[in-house]
Design a protein around this ligand. Structure first.
Ligand code: F6P
Length: 364
């Protein structure tokens, strides 16, 4: 019996289960393969006793339309930063990657398929260099992976953000208020930019363009005539003012490397007030609603394509690579290429030009 192990890592998003199902269904067409899932990213392999589950056709039946991941995930710790509590109560992190690779060999696992975003594929890349037979499948709601034309999870996030703008517009107009909607995306402004165009927001602030608060205020004021008017601002969680910094809180979770972004909408409200904004303002932080719920048809289709391709790469022993959608093909790139540079909004981005073309202000 040949074994393949599936891992889902990083933040969850709609479509992960559709990838898992597609891998299992494709594997079931070949003789002698068993698919397993490591519970909570690589933690399932690292824990004692090991936490892995058999993924047969029964286990994955009907999961293509379920959000989240049936094998769970984490965006903390991992094989290179395993948290260990010291006698004095403090925590350190240790590298358990070599031990994990040995454990995978002992379990008779031929190959690992790691479904995850930027951070997860960095882990895949190093494990591949250490000799593990690993294949990456891209996943991100932030759209920040440059080696694939798109990923599942991004479109539903944009849809949810757009629906939020639609709802805020009516209350903003009724009350002559400035509404600020904070959306996710980490260091990329894709969710904000797309939702601003789709939702008709007047101002969009993204991490790629530090904003000038006075320019934002000018745009706000231009939308009011004698106190009558309204404005919808979309601010990406990673956006920051010229000379300033991102808003967030250091995480108290062991092994969580990033600043936990959040709160820029409230900070912006305060900054606008300090800059002289006299209009009434309200802030909404959309948060994890952007990652929850069922995958849309687009995600299910792309995720299924990714899953089938990933297993076929296992059959062809195309290790050290990540599945990639390069229209119209589902192909692959090396893991090295996959993590080389993030996909960020640039001045040349076609949608940026469109957004400026319809008068959206970026605070620059
Ligand atoms: O990368 C996906 C993402 O949802 C980001 O947009 C966001 O900053 C982060 O994950 C939130 O992570 P957590 O679930 O740890 O709060």
């Amino acid at each position: 019996m040949k074994r393949v192990l599936i891992v889902t890592g990083g933040g969850d998003c709609p479509g992960l289960n559709a990838v898992i199902r597609a891998i299992v269904k494709r594997a079931s067409q070949e003789k002698g393969w068993e698919v397993m899932g490591s519970i909570e990213a690589f933690n399932g392999i690292l824990r004692e006793p090991t936490e892995i589950m058999i993924l047969d056709e029964k286990a994955v039946s009907g999961i293509h339309y379920q959000g989240g991941t049936i094998i769970q995930t984490t965006n903390k710790g991992g094989p290179f930063a395993w948290p260990v509590k010291q006698h004095d109560g403090t925590w350190i992190t240790v590298d358990r990657s070599e031990e994990m690779i040995r454990k995978i060999e002992i379990l008779g696992i031929e190959a690992v398929i790691n479904i995850g975003g930027d951070g997860s594929q960095r882990i895949s890349n190093v494990l591949s260099q250490q000799g593990l037979n690993i294949i990456g499948v891209p996943k991100t709601i932030d759209n920040d992976l440059s080696a694939t034309d798109s990923t599942f999870g991004f479109q539903p996030a944009v849809q949810i953000a757009t629906e939020a703008v639609d709802k805020l517009v009516t209350t903003a107009a009724s009350h002559n208020r400035v509404f600020i909607l904070e959306v996710m995306g980490r260091n990329a402004g894709w969710i904000a930019l797309n939702a601003a165009v789709a939702g008709g927001a007047e101002i969009c602030l993204i991490p790629e363009i530090p904003f000038d608060i006075n320019k934002v205020l000018d745009k706000v004021n231009s939308r009011f005539v004698k106190d009558r008017g309204f404005v919808n601002i979309i601010v990406a969680e990673g956006a920051y003012p010229v000379g300033g910094h991102t808003t967030g809180t250091p995480s108290d979770s062991i092994g969580y490397k990033h600043l936990r972004l959040g709160g820029v909408a409230y900070k912006l409200m305060e900054d606008l007030k300090n800059a002289g904004c006299e209009h009434e303002m309200r802030a909404t932080v959309l948060g994890h609603l952007q990652r929850g719920g069922v995958p849309i048809a687009y995600d299910r289709v792309l995720a299924t394509q990714f899953g089938v391709k990933a297993f076929e790469m296992v059959l062809a022993k195309e290790y050290g690579r990540m599945v990639s959608y390069q229209h119209p093909y589902i192909t692959s790139v090396t893991l090295e290429e996959a993590v080389q540079q993030p996909n960020l909004v640039t001045p040349d981005t076609a949608l940026m030009k469109t957004a400026r073309g319809v008068g959206i202000c970026f605070g620059d």
